[in-house]
Design a protein around this ligand. Structure first.
Ligand SMILES: [Mn+2]
Length: 321
């Protein structure tokens, strides 16, 4: 049987309609947005970590939809150094958006396995399109060391995995902003970022200008993760009835998860990461999830993917007792 929190969610949420939502895994093996090889193997590492069995053990039906096909950078050309692999990333994210939307329309729960964090452009475009059709208000919890709100003019690297939040709130590259349809996917006031510790100067300005709510690692040190999550869920609970969680594994400290796209010291502890997920699981409106930047190349014996799979289980309702 699934835990009580799955069937007793908000009446407006996915769980109000279906007592046993099927979880659909979608692999997105892309590293074009990161300009670094390794995160394209993330979906494989998560499957090897038995992510499907860990969710099945909680009482869900799990269906694996396989991977979305993505070309390797060796056969591609960088046409614009400020938006590397833009056409290929846009095309792959379009496919992902359609798939995510279809899963939600069937009353199921999409779990997207990445892949670099530019995947969020596709995932959230799909979620947003679904919410738009259903008259739901979308809220996003963005768990990340980075704020990923660069635009081509502020990005030091031209790597699109640093730009998904900008694309979703409709600034920066129009091609990225139009993935999944020509409308703004996300209200910047409906985003909460947690775990920030590496923010570019241009990003700092954009966060303030657009009123994105943030909890940096300093905030977590001072308030404690329990209060940060209470405030996050209260804030989004007042504004949204579909909560999507975009989880970048680099939010976690490299001593716990070394196999990530861009490791930054001073991150979430093992228990902080689990408590975040446990509190999200209890929140009725939680209806879609993606895991980004799992990098087996920098890992030891797949430890980071195993940790990420356990975190997903916590998000889906796994409890100690
Ligand atoms: Mn990220």
């Amino acid at each position: 049987m699934p835990p009580a929190s799955i069937s007793s969610g908000s009446k407006k949420g996915l769980r109000g309609r279906r007592k046993h939502p099927a979880v659909h895994l979608i692999g997105f093996p892309m590293d074009l947005g990161a300009d670094r090889r390794g995160v394209d193997m993330g979906p494989s590492a998560l499957r090897i970590a038995d992510i499907d069995e860990k969710i099945r053990a909680l009482g869900y039906v799990v269906e694996d939809e396989g991977d979305i096909e993505i070309q390797v950078p060796e056969v591609l050309k960088i046409r614009d150094p400020h938006l590397k692999y833009l056409p290929e990333i846009t095309a792959a994210c379009e496919k992902l958006a359609r798939k995510v939307k279809r899963v939600l329309r069937h009353g199921s729960f999409p779990l997207v396995l990445g892949g670099d964090h530019s995947m969020a452009i596709g995932t959230i475009a799909g979620v947003s399109g679904y919410c738009r059709d259903e008259g739901k208000r979308l809220g996003v919890i963005w768990i990340d060391a980075h704020s990923d709100i660069n635009i081509p003019g502020t990005s030091p690297s031209g790597n699109i995995h640093g730009m998904p939040v900008a694309a979703l709130i409709g600034i920066g590259s129009p091609a990225l902003a139009k993935v999944g349809g020509d409308f703004r996917k996300l209200d910047p006031g409906n985003i909460v970022m947690i775990g920030l510790r590496s923010v570019d100067a241009g990003e700092r300005k954009l966060i303030k200008e657009h009123g994105v709510r943030t909890f940096t690692m300093t905030d977590i040190d001072r308030l404690g993760i329990y209060r940060v999550m209470e405030e996050t869920l209260q804030y989004l609970g007042e504004r949204a009835d579909h909560i999507h969680v975009s989880f970048d594994l680099d939010s976690v400290d490299p001593t716990t998860a070394e196999g990530v796209g861009t490791p930054v010291p001073g991150g979430l502890t093992y228990r902080e990461a689990h408590l975040i997920m446990e509190m999200i699981a209890e929140f009725g409106a939680f209806s879609s999830l993606e895991v980004a930047e799992v990098n087996p190349i920098l890992d030891t014996m797949n430890r980071s993917a195993l940790f990420a799979a356990d975190l997903v289980a916590s998000a889906m309702g796994k409890r100690i007792l």
